[in-house]
Design a protein around this ligand. Sequence first.
Ligand SMILES: [Zn+2]
Length: 106
Amino acid sequence: MPLPAWLQTKIGSVERTAEPPPVLARYLTVAGAPVAIRSIGCDASGDAVSVTVAECGGCPAAEYWPWADSYWADPAGEDEDLWSETEARTWAQTHAETCRALPMEG
Ligand SMILES: [Zn+2]
C-alpha cells in the first residue's frame, strides 16, 4: 500500500535538500522496475523521521519501518536502523519477485 501522507510529505522535503538520503539497495522486479530502499533520519527542517522506506518504482506498493519498532522486535538488538533495513530488504525481495508492473516513466 502507498506510504501515509505525513511520511510522503517528509520524504518530499528530504529530497529537496542538498543531500537527499542515499539509496541503500535496489531490487529489480521481474518487469524491470526498481524497488528502492532508503533510510531517512531527518527531514529538511531537522525533525526526526527515523524510518527506513522501501518503494516500488513500478506500482504504488511501499512500506516503511520506524527504527523505534526494532525494540519491540528485538529488545536486545542494538542497531535499530539496521533492523529496519533488514526488514526492508526482505519486503523488497519478496515484492520484486511478485510485482509485474512496468517501470513508471520519469
Ligand atoms: Zn511493485
